[in-house]
Design a binder for this molecule. Structure first.
Ligand SMILES: NC(=O)c1ccc[n+]([C@@H]2O[C@H](COP(=O)([O-])OP(=O)(O)OC[C@H]3O[C@@H](n4cnc5c(N)ncnc54)[C@H](O)[C@@H]3O)[C@@H](O)[C@H]2O)c1
Length: 347
């Protein structure tokens, strides 16, 4: 694999992962042996980026509903048809669905092939491709099957984002705002000073933001690869977010936005998170096109919350903010959350 000026190595416990920022997709030819590489992507990407056809290709149907074992089975039979061996590279080119499933298939085929990612959504560039969590859903149970295994490299081609639909940009920015809120007050100020349109039209500004977020997430993962402590902070807004996402079929970023507002409101009661910071969070979320309220059934939300993986007996760990840029993990009694949900959603 080549080293370039814009490649950075991040050391995880199992291996060092190379991040190639600002590299075109065509640089893939220099990173892996093209004759021994299989690219996995989805059908949307192949039609939008026909240059992908220059690779040995496995195309999966786009969408979360296909992040299932049946798609892995299909990938594996195609790898067999390609006569893939332990020397073969797998490269996932796509959003989080593609990277999750490609990383998983590469990890189980012949007990593990080397693999890399070219994330093509904002969400995948700042979040899904980073950290080594790969996996699939089982029916409605999200990410319930999987492994933690790092890729060899991640190549960031910001140009690929130009074909991304508006909703996917907004989705990705929910995670960026989350990163800023939990750990990077300076980035929060940058987000306040700019608009989504600024980032969409200024490649240098976008590249800087993506890199900052990719490194921020990597830092959390490096410190806590197996999610025993600090990495949990990346779940800010996700506990309640997942509940409303499933209940009301909201786009992930929209649900996380609602979840962040609820967690920020709970923070005001529990940590002294200032009202002025709460107002700033609301303003940034709205500014980037994200919803900040939802008509929901608090009892139904609570039913789902009680099923949360993070529940331990009668408490659920929730990520709260002390202030913008500083977060804390607090176990909260289910009864308190019940009262909070009833008040927040049934009013
Ligand atoms: N492994 C992790 O740590 C982690 C973290 C966060 C999210 N995830 C997973 O990521 C998934 C969500 O990722 P996502 O939002 O990227 O979804 P996605 O992969 O479904 O992509 C969203 C849509 O955008 C399309 N698309 C992708 N790139 C495009 C481009 N450049 N131009 C035009 N269209 C494009 C896709 O075909 C798809 O229709 C979920 O399955 C989630 O569980 C994983």
């Amino acid at each position: 694999m080549v080293e370039t000026e814009e490649s950075i190595e991040i050391a995880f416990s199992e291996k060092r992962v190379k991040y190639f920022f600002n590299h075109p997709l065509s640089a893939l030819h220099q990173l892996t042996d093209p004759l021994n590489t299989v690219v996995i992507t989805d059908d949307n990407l192949v039609s939008l980026h026909p240059e992908l056809r220059n690779h040995q290709l496995i195309v999966i149907p786009a969408g979360e509903q296909h992040k299932q074992q049946v798609t892995v089975d299909d990938i594996i039979s195609q790898l067999i048809n390609f006569e893939a061996t332990r020397q073969t590279w797998v490269v996932g080119v796509g959003g989080g669905v593609v990277t999750d499933i490609a990383g998983y298939a590469a990890s189980v085929y012949m007990r593990g092939l080397r693999y890399g990612f070219v994330p093509t959504t904002v969400l995948a560039q700042v979040d899904a491709a980073i950290g080594g969590k790969n996996g699939i859903d089982a029916g409605l149970y999200k990410n319930i099957i999987g492994v933690i295994r790092q890729p060899e490299f991640i190549l960031f081609d910001h140009e690929l984002l130009q074909t991304l639909p508006d909703e996917q940009w907004i989705n990705g920015f929910a995670e960026i705002i989350k990163h800023a809120a939990i750990a990077d007050a300076e980035m929060f100020e940058m987000l306040e000073a700019h608009t989504l349109q600024d980032y969409r039209t200024n490649p240098a500004l976008l590249a800087e933001l993506i890199q900052r977020n990719a490194l921020l997430k990597s830092d959390f993962v490096q410190r806590d690869e197996f999610e025993k402590g600090d990495r949990k902070k990346l779940n800010f807004g996700h506990t309640l977010g997942h509940a409303v996402e499933n209940l009301y079929s909201l786009p992930h970023g929209f649900a996380v936005s609602i979840g962040m507002v609820a967690a920020a409101s709970l923070s005001m009661r529990r940590t002294g998170f200032p009202q002025s910071d709460y107002d700033r969070l609301i303003a940034v979320l709205k500014g980037y096109g994200l919803p900040v309220d939802l008509e929901a059934d608090g009892t139904e939300v609570m039913k789902l919350l009680k099923m949360d993986k993070k529940r331990v007996s009668d408490q659920i760990s929730v990520i709260l903010l002390n202030r913008i840029g500083e977060s804390v993990i607090q176990p909260i009694p289910v009864t308190e959350l019940e009262a909070f949900c009833t008040e927040t959603f049934n009013s």
